[in-house]
Design a protein around this ligand. Structure first.
Ligand code: ZN
Length: 353
């Protein structure tokens, strides 16, 4: 048993396919190529650099983090090495591996039990309302109060890949927006974010996760864009809950930069206020200002703050747009069918997740 684990750990940090190569394999490769074309090279390199740093840090902490936890999760046709521990029941943790139904997210402790479950499981998509669909990409709105078991199982799974998450069981005050990609077998989850039904601080994302086998395909940016789309529909400006993970901060900075450049490039006059930008984009003013400062675009001149977009940044942005017109079209606003619900006062306010 120990040898088996060592063998598995030896090849860790890479998501591996457990099934033989099939036509689906070829299809996935084509998809990956397409995604590579969508995500700018600079962002991919930055992402890979941060991911490497996180993985190195994980390796250093491995004995502490994973000594008694789950090392491997079997999810659909994937075997995924875990990053952090998660409070699955002790009988699962003792085995060191967990088998999860990719549609209903029920967890099991052996391949046999999962196989029997899969034969009977009627689920082919997340519960709740499908509020967005374009081509094969959908988003389901899942209410933590109505589908509490599903949401708890989603949180337990997510904790395997998030270090700061503390919400597992008190899911009722949250909505979960689950993004899926459809094929002939069903709607496969690619990522999700949770959001408090009522947030005094206008947090529009509580927790966000791209499934490990779906990373570097543009879904993180699509999830972030979707969260701001919901804020704009609510007539609000929003911000992700803090603290952000390292990967989360990189993703948000990249997103905020892209949105800023897009809007600043499209300005007809040379004047714009941060408030105006914030209302147009749904991004909180503080996040816009911190991004401008981070990029060195905010200057103080003759008693006023002004935004200066260096020509090379304009050129770089124009080149990105030219290289791939799909870059800004990951979420199509016209495909959202959703009306914000009023969840009333703060009686359901919960702990921060
Ligand atoms: Zn199931």
């Amino acid at each position: 048993m120990e040898d088996e684990h060592q063998e598995k750990e030896g090849s860790q940090r890479q998501t591996r396919r457990s099934m033989a190569a099939t036509k689906e394999e070829e299809g996935t490769k084509t998809q990956e190529n397409e995604i590579e074309a969508i995500v700018p090279l600079e962002d991919r390199l930055l992402f890979e650099k941060v991911q490497k740093t996180v993985e190195e840090s994980l390796n250093k902490n491995k004995p502490k983090n994973l000594a008694h936890g789950i090392r491997l999760v079997h999810f659909g046709q994937y075997e995924i090495d875990t990053w952090y521990s998660s409070p699955y029941p002790s009988e699962i943790r003792q085995v060191g591996e967990v088998y999860v139904c990719e549609f209903c997210l029920k967890y099991m402790k052996s391949a046999t039990i999962l196989r029997r479950h899969t034969e009977k499981c009627p689920w082919r998509h997340p519960p709740g309302d499908e509020i967005y669909r374009k081509d094969k990409l959908s988003v389901f709105e899942v209410d933590g109060e109505i589908s509490s078991t599903y949401c708890q199982n989603l949180c337990l799974f997510a904790k395997l890949f998030l270090d700061h998450k503390t919400l597992y069981y008190e899911v009722e005050p949250f909505l979960f927006y689950v993004m899926t990609l459809a094929d002939c077998y069903g709607c496969h989850i690619v990522g999700y974010f949770s959001k408090e039904k009522v947030s005094f601080l206008n947090y529009n994302v509580s927790c966000i996760l791209v499934m490990p086998h779906c990373m570097r395909m543009g879904y993180g940016k699509a999830l972030i864009e979707f969260s701001y789309l919901l804020s704009r529909k609510e007539g609000k400006v929003g911000s992700p809950e803090r603290p952000l993970s390292d990967l989360g901060l990189i993703s948000y900075r990249s997103y905020w930069k892209g949105v800023l450049l897009r809007h600043l490039n499209s300005l007809e006059s040379g004047r714009v206020s941060i408030k105006e930008l914030s209302q147009k984009t749904g991004i909180m003013s503080n996040d816009l200002i911190s991004t401008l400062q981070y990029l060195g675009m905010l200057k103080y001149w003759k008693g006023k703050h002004i935004i200066i977009v260096p020509q090379e940044m304009r050129d770089e942005y124009a080149a990105k747009c030219k290289a791939n017109s799909k870059f800004n079209l990951l979420v199509d606003e016209s495909k959202l069918i959703w009306t914000p619900k009023n969840y009333g006062d703060n009686k359901n306010k919960s702990k921060v997740s």
